[in-house]
Design a protein around this ligand. Structure first.
Ligand code: ADP
Ligand code: MG
Length: 696
């Protein structure tokens, strides 16, 4: 009884909390805070140690400091002088200091003489004087409860327009005081004791208003553990459902695979053999396969997947190969057709750009079982394309193919085997965390003879020298890619840029060479024709928008020139680079940039020029973009991460994973009364996605 009361209190909308009007409530809602519970779980960005306010006299340039003083003078920048900072002069009992902000003209309206401020920021020098540069500041209002805002570890929250730090902090204080105790413990006592975790209510209190650094650390650890555990429990449940489900045992003699291999001019690498064996065994077993295949660009994933496709077909089933975009689907189709056509496999391409009649015709032969392998976009699953006997689904690029879609696939009658491939590998522990419902195979070896691609960054001034270099490469018998970025909002403009460049190169720069142009607006047949000509060596320089990101395989190409390289994402750059260095020749990736790079763009370029290792690249990418964007948590269907730092908390996540497996091994669907609170929390966090999986 008491618990339900507590639960309903926590579910109270914030607008019913005393002192929160409709205006404030809507500001809070913009931060995703609707209920008291939302607010309690809204952990601060950081804490400031205001037990030790630094006297102005003791400020040291180069260090960060927290201090407090009264404004004694305000100097706004003169009109039109945006390069002059807005400064205020402050006084405390030890002396004077200056604080300055650039580009903060509106401060003139906010900061007034006589106000007391608390400031936190970096100390620097400006024209010889000591200055707090761009500090965070809070205006101390009369009548506020100062114990909250100074003399302690003070929480600093992420804000939204019009919501002052102090007001939010005061609200949080009241909520924590009156409601933290209502938060239910979700972990069994034994687990808490074993892992040395503080209670959940305590953790929430300390995450906001900790007494010491140590209590703060313990609180953060507890909340991160909960988040990790809830993630892992959900994944463990999905995994155990798959393991128990009845699936297809695809275990033919292997004639088609043998014929494919006999036609290859090279032998599979050790890693390819090992990974293929893992897949073959999964496919042969009478449970659905759910496997993630990770491998850097060029590690040879295609041939592994092709063997899976042939195995399904020889066992009498159909296979579907899916890519996140139409262009990628077309490219996969070309690749698979080349490998499978000679073996007599009947293949088709299904994309939404087909004429309705053609599309309907292809769907019909698929449903009739006359086609053995279909290549298309992820929409294949969503639109409920009918198969006669679907045995294997190969999905390229897992980021955009989330838990939910996988669940939907599981729901497709016969439980086909699933192989998810990714060329943006992530560290294994992280893969187990994020794709915990999949088994993981790693291609950790490149085919022999690959040489690292020499990667350099150049600015516009070097263009002539670059053209000269390209000419030498072509004279030596090589071929060149020139890539243009596509920015969605101005596709037409970008297309024009690429078109103009192709014409410029063809007419003015390389009039004696054959320059080709490839872009997304071309029809499939046209693209196919151009790619074939490039592959045959008839085109020397191929200008392209990013349509060649994945799947093009021309070993003779030795240079990848990327225009406006700063506009590309890191994994995209790495993919593009992976298009060269596939043959026996020394290969180059040239990143041409405007020269004025943002810090983030600079880090992407630096990462590219300093390593060829896709795992390392993925780590940097993850750091730069943060997990939300990197994994597309919303799209992928995973709960969001608030307390967990996926890069920092790997060992914690590993612990959570072990605990989750142990719990699910004993209590598959958390029906034990001891797990009631955990189950409720789990369902709330996964917002019905686990139930969706049950339905499938
Ligand atoms: P990925 O899809 O992993 O980026 P691909 O499957 O496109 O890589 O393979 C890259 C290139 O390496 C292709 O030209 C392929 O034919 C070739 N290749 C694959 N496996 C081997 C191998 N074991 N030995 C030599 N070349 C290989
Ligand atoms: Mg590939």
């Amino acid at each position: 009884m008491k618990q339900t009361d507590a639960a309903s209190t926590l579910a109270t909308p914030l607008r019913f909390v005393k002192g929160v009007g409709p205006h404030r409530a809507s500001q809070l809602e913009r931060k995703g805070l609707r209920t008291i519970e939302d607010a309690l779980l809204f952990v601060p960005l950081r804490h400031e140690d205001r037990t030790r306010l630094t006297p102005f006299r003791s400020l040291v340039p180069g260090q960060a400091a927290t201090c407090s003083g009264v404004i004694v003078g305000v100097s706004p920048p003169p009109p039109g002088r945006s390069r002059v900072p807005f400064t205020v002069m402050l006084r405390d009992s030890s002396g004077y200091a200056t604080a300055s902000w650039f580009g903060w003209r509106y401060l003139a309206r906010v900061l007034k003489r006589g106000q007391q401020l608390v400031l936190h920021g970096r100390v620097g020098r400006y024209k010889g004087a000591i200055v707090l540069q761009q500090p965070d500041y809070e205006v101390v209002e009369n009548g506020e409860d100062e114990r909250l805002h100074t003399g302690r570890l003070v929480p600093v929250y992420s804000l939204t327009e019009g919501l002052p730090q102090r007001a939010l902090r005061s609200l949080m204080w009241r909520l924590v005081e009156s409601h933290a105790a209502d938060v239910e413990e979700v972990l069994p006592d034994s687990l808490r004791a074993r892992r040395g975790l503080v209670g959940r209510a305590q953790a929430i209190r300390d995450a906001h208003f900790p007494e010491t650094d140590a209590t703060l650390a313990a609180a953060s650890r507890r909340l991160a553990f909960d988040e990790g555990l809830l993630l892992q429990l959900g994944l463990a449940i999905l995994r155990s459902r798959v393991a128990r489900a009845r699936g297809l045992a695809l275990n033919p003699r292997g004639d088609l695979v043998a014929r494919l291999r006999a036609r290859l001019p090279w032998k599979l690498t050790g890693a390819q053999e090992r990974v293929w064996e893992e897949i073959r065994r999964d496919m042969a077993a009478p449970h659905p396969m759910h496997r993630l295949l990770q491998g850097d660009v060029g590690s040879g994933k295609t041939i592994v997947a092709a063997q899976g496709v042939l195995t399904a077909i020889e066992a009498g089933y159909q296979a579907a190969v899916m890519a996140p975009t139409e262009i990628l689907a077309e490219q996969h189709f070309m690749t698979f057709r080349q490998l499978l056509d000679p073996l007599g496999v009947r293949l088709t391409l299904l994309t939404s750009s087909l004429k309705p009649r053609e599309r309907a015709a292809r769907r019909a032969v698929l449903a009739a079982g006359e086609i053995e392998c279909v290549v298309g976009t992820h929409a294949l699953v969503q639109e409920g394309v009918d198969f006669r006997r679907l045995g294997l689904v190969v999905v390229d690029e897992q980021h955009r193919f989330g838990v939910e879609q996988r669940a939907r696939l599981r729901g497709k009658g016969e439980h086909p085997d699933l192989l998810v491939m990714t060329a943006t590998p992530i560290p294994r522990t992280l893969a187990l965390t994020i794709y915990g419902d999949l088994d993981v195979s790693v291609l950790d070896e490149l085919p022999p003879g690959r040489r690292p691609v020499v990667t350099v960054a150049r600015s516009e001034g070097k263009r002539r020298a670059i053209y000269k270099f390209l000419r030498e490469q072509v004279a030596g018998g090589r071929q060149i890619y020139v890539v243009y970025p596509l920015v969605e909002e101005s596709e037409a403009l970008d297309l024009k840029a690429a078109t103009d460049m192709a014409r410029h190169l063809a007419d003015d720069v390389f009039p004696d060479l054959v320059v080709g142009l490839l872009h997304g607006r071309l029809g499939f047949e046209e693209k196919d024709a151009i790619m074939r000509r490039f592959k045959a060596g008839e085109i020397h320089v191929l200008v392209s928008t990013t349509v060649i990101e994945v799947g093009i395989d021309v070993p003779n190409a030795s240079v990848m020139l990327i225009e406006h390289a700063e506009r590309f994402g890191l994994s995209q750059l790495h993919q593009l680079r992976g298009r060269v260095g596939r043959g026996e020749w020394k290969s180059y990736c040239i990143l041409l940039t405007s020269g004025h790079l943002t810090e983030e763009a600079q880090r992407r370029v630096d990462a590219m020029t300093s390593t060829n290792d896709g795992f390392r690249i993925a780590e940097v990418d993850l750091e730069l973009r943060g997990p939300g964007e990197f994994f597309g948590t919303r799209q992928s269907g995973l709960p969001e991460f608030r307390a967990v730092d996926l890069l920092r908390d790997t060992s914690l996540l590993e612990e959570a994973r072990r605990e989750a497996s142990a719990i699910i091994a004993r209590d598959r669907e958390l029906s034990d009364p001891a797990h009631r609170a955990l189950r409720a929390e789990l369902l709330a966090r996964w917002r019905g996605k686990l139930a969706l999986a049950t339905a499938g």
